[in-house]
Unconditional design. Structure first.
Length: 286
């Protein structure tokens, strides 16, 4: 028995039949071949899963690339002079019975404040504070961080760290370490990792420091004290108030020393204070 053959256009005699066969043939030739891609690759769930994996990898890579590098403690500068023992009470240094009080408004990012802390305060402390003639009182005027829009205000956070140090009886130690490690304004001097490294180098209990810094309390107090300073007319740092007189800018030991002597007006220093003599640290301040 002969095999059955599919009709072709030439098998039909009428024009209509031939055209119908030709249309069928053209239609079969245009039918696309089935995709050889496995069906699971075309699955919406598979595509969503792949997309999620790609996004996850991108997030991890970004986190690794943008994570701030660890700070080498050897890159930090130790203060040139140690804080005399037995004189500190929170943010005050010196006897409460001292006849002269020097109020200081400063910003830990301020270059002139750094000069005051590194070069003017040490001789003033040795000549007038340890002798019971004067006492220093620190106030926050965290202005520099306001110059940039950043969720981490270096001026505020450094001042908050100093207040956390005060809770450990080490305000003036961290005060000196901060001013000894200025590298510019709003350029990372007191970025979070570097600020923590400075606190650790200063000798703070880091578990207590971390807990303290995790709270917004001290940052809020720094901002309030800064706002109060502005309302009182203090518009630049450092600003010193001594016997009712205001001193600002790049001050010298002679400027403040003379003002202390004048303010004392022959008054006797406070009763004898037991202090240890300042010692020179291994690394000089910049």
């Amino acid at each position: 028995m002969s095999a059955t053959r599919k009709p072709t256009a030439s098998s039909y005699t009428t024009r209509r039949e031939r055209r119908a066969v030709q249309r069928d043939q053209r239609s079969s030739q245009r039918t696309p071949a089935r995709s050889s891609k496995p069906s699971f690759l075309r699955s919406p769930i598979f595509m969503i899963t792949v997309g999620a994996l790609v996004v996850g990898v991108a997030i991890v890579a970004y986190a690794l690339l943008t994570q701030p590098p660890a700070v080498n403690p050897d890159s930090l500068n130790a203060p040139a002079v140690a804080v005399p023992a037995g004189l500190a009470d929170g943010r005050t240094l010196g006897s409460p019975q001292a006849p002269v009080t020097v109020d200081i408004w400063a910003d830990f990012q301020c270059p002139a404040c750094g000069n005051l802390a590194r070069r003017v305060e040490p001789p003033l402390i040795s000549q007038f504070v340890t002798t019971g003639m004067a006492r220093l009182v620190f106030h926050d005027a965290a202005f520099q961080g306001q110059k940039v829009s950043s969720p981490w205000d270096e001026s505020v956070e450094a001042a908050a760290a100093a207040r956390c140090a005060a809770d450990q009886g080490m305000f003036w130690q961290l005060h000196d370490w901060l001013f000894s490690n200025q590298i510019g304004e709003n350029v990372g001097s007191f970025a979070q990792t570097r600020l923590r490294a400075i606190a650790q180098s200063a000798g703070l209990d880091m578990a207590k420091y971390d807990t303290c810094m995790a709270s917004p309390t001290y940052a809020g107090l720094v901002r309030k004290e800064t706002s109060d300073a502005e309302k009182a007319g203090i518009m630049q740092t450092p600003t010193l108030l001594l016997n009712g007189a205001i001193y600002t800018g790049n001050l010298t030991v002679q400027d403040i020393g003379n003002a202390i002597v004048d303010a004392a007006g022959g008054a006797s220093p406070a009763p004898s204070i037991s202090v240890s003599q300042p010692s020179t640290a291994a690394t000089a301040a910049p």
